[in-house]
Design a protein around this ligand. Structure first.
Ligand code: HAM
Length: 419
């Protein structure tokens, strides 16, 4: 048997009501905050991610699906959406003009990670990016959007963790402090982190190796090294969140695994869903457009993992009604009745009513059992006799009440179905 590649997921029809609900709620919430949808390629030049996400990150060093096309260009399946949105704005000349620019996306992403519950190699994100506003209130707006989405999905117990990782100015002193700290543990660090010690010590803080994580726990904290402007930005953000009534914890351990972040970083954590408990993460990235070769344009945003949202919703006891039950199921016997059933169903569907009839020649009893199983609201019995006499029984499956109707009179049938 051919199996799906390791780390990929099938989303089967019975799961879809959750996905549709999340996608609709995400679109509606984004629209409520004035965000518009953007779509971009599934693969990009590898350079976009090495420069945008950062060549010392786990994502770039260990997790990218990179391949050569027939012209020997190096391409990469998108591991996330932020770098692509930045590329699209730069490429389409959207870095000047009316600001802010507010965009959202629903995408699949690819990362070669160790699969486990809530972590797959192909996964799905809902993301929002707000460009052209450097204020702490724009950070607060994006966090408020995320918070509204999580509440609208019915997720309980998710906690917002915020931190500031400063700007390039304060980063210099912090980098020195980190290097000093990690140098005393050089021997214990993993090979990648030993290199990172010289190139980008901040990335040791989000290394997934348990030994490095243990050492990172005792490392100096970004929040103690903020310059005056970054500290003021963080204070303003906290005041805005307080004013909006959004509860949060300042968590110096949140550093995020991508290089483009500056100042604010945040995560929503749902402790109920196991080890992969970060359902949503984001932050400010004021240098990204410049890093990828475009003009400077500040931005802030987040992305939520849809599989993790589904897990958190289920853990919160959310139930989504499956709306596929048809209004009518026609149980037919014989060829002529089947042809008539097809015609009736076609008429009903034209009127926007869901209707089904037997397609595989089941017995009448089996058809009724099937109608019950798919949750048909009404059934109509149609055989030779009914065709000849022009009378058939319409049964309300909930109450059991039967009404006699003329199967040729679809107008009356439609009226009865709406009752
Ligand atoms: P990220 O933290 O790498 O950030 O991913 C965002 C969310 O995607 C995570 O919180 C998680 O829910 C989900 N996720 C990540 N990796 C996986 C995986 N392997 N399997 C399942 N779900 C996963 C970003 O991607 C940034 N681009 C977010 C952002 C937007 N920052 C600013 N704007």
């Amino acid at each position: 048997m051919i199996k799906k590649p390791r780390g990929t997921i099938d989303i089967l029809p019975e799961e879809m009501p959750f996905w549709h609900f999340i996608e609709k709620t995400a679109r509606d919430t984004a629209a409520l905050y004035g965000f518009e949808e953007i779509r971009f390629p599934t693969f990009e030049s590898t350079e976009l991610f090495t420069r945008g996400v950062g060549d010392t990150t786990d994502v770039v060093q260990k997790e990218m699906y990179t391949f050569r096309d027939r012209e020997n260009r190096s391409l990469t399946l998108r591991p996330e959406g932020t770098a692509s949105v930045a590329r699209s704005l730069v490429e389409n000349g959207r870095c000047s003009g009316t600001m802010p620019i507010k965009l959202y996306y629903l995408i699949n992403c690819f990362r070669y990670e160790k699969p486990q519950a809530g972590r797959s190699r192909e996964f799905y994100q809902f993301g929002c990016e707000l460009y052209g506003a450097s204020s702490a209130s724009s950070d607060a707006t994006v966090i408020s959007l995320a918070d509204t989405l999580i509440r609208r999905l019915g997720i309980k117990g998710a906690r917002l963790h915020v931190n500031s990782i400063g700007c390039p100015t304060c980063r210099a002193a912090y980098r020195t402090a980190l290097q000093e700290y990690f140098r005393s543990h050089t021997e214990e660090l993993c090979e990648t982190c030993r290199t990172r010690l010289e190139t980008n010590p901040l990335r040791i803080l989000d290394c997934k190796s348990p030994v490095c994580t243990g050492i990172a726990n005792g490392a100096p904290k970004t929040i103690d090294y903020l310059c005056e402007e970054c500290a003021a930005h963080m204070t303003l953000l906290q005041s805005s969140l307080d004013a909006m009534g959004i509860a949060y914890t300042v968590d110096p351990k949140i550093v995020r695994g991508l290089d483009y972040y500056t100042r604010t970083v945040f995560e929503f954590i749902s402790p109920m869903i196991g080890a992969q408990s970060t359902i949503l993460g984001g932050g400010r990235y004021d240098g990204l457009t410049k890093d990828i070769g475009g003009p400077a344009l500040c931005g802030v945003g987040f992305a939520a993992g849809i599989t993790r949202l589904v897990l958190a919703m289920k853990e919160s006891g959310v139930e989504i009604e499956d709306s596929h039950a048809p209004a009518l199921y026609i149980a037919s016997m014989g060829e002529q009745a089947s042809i008539r059933a097809a015609a009736i169903c076609a008429r009903l569907r034209e009127q926007g009513l869901t209707a089904e009839y037997d397609l595989i020649g089941r017995s009448l009893k089996a058809q009724m059992k099937y109608a019950d199983k798919i949750g048909a609201r009404y059934t109509l019995m149609l055989g030779e006799n009914e065709l000849q006499t022009g009378t058939a029984q319409l049964k309300n499956m909930q109450t059991g009440t039967q009404t006699e109707i003329d199967p040729g009179d679809t107008d009356t049938l439609i009226t009865a179905l709406y009752e």
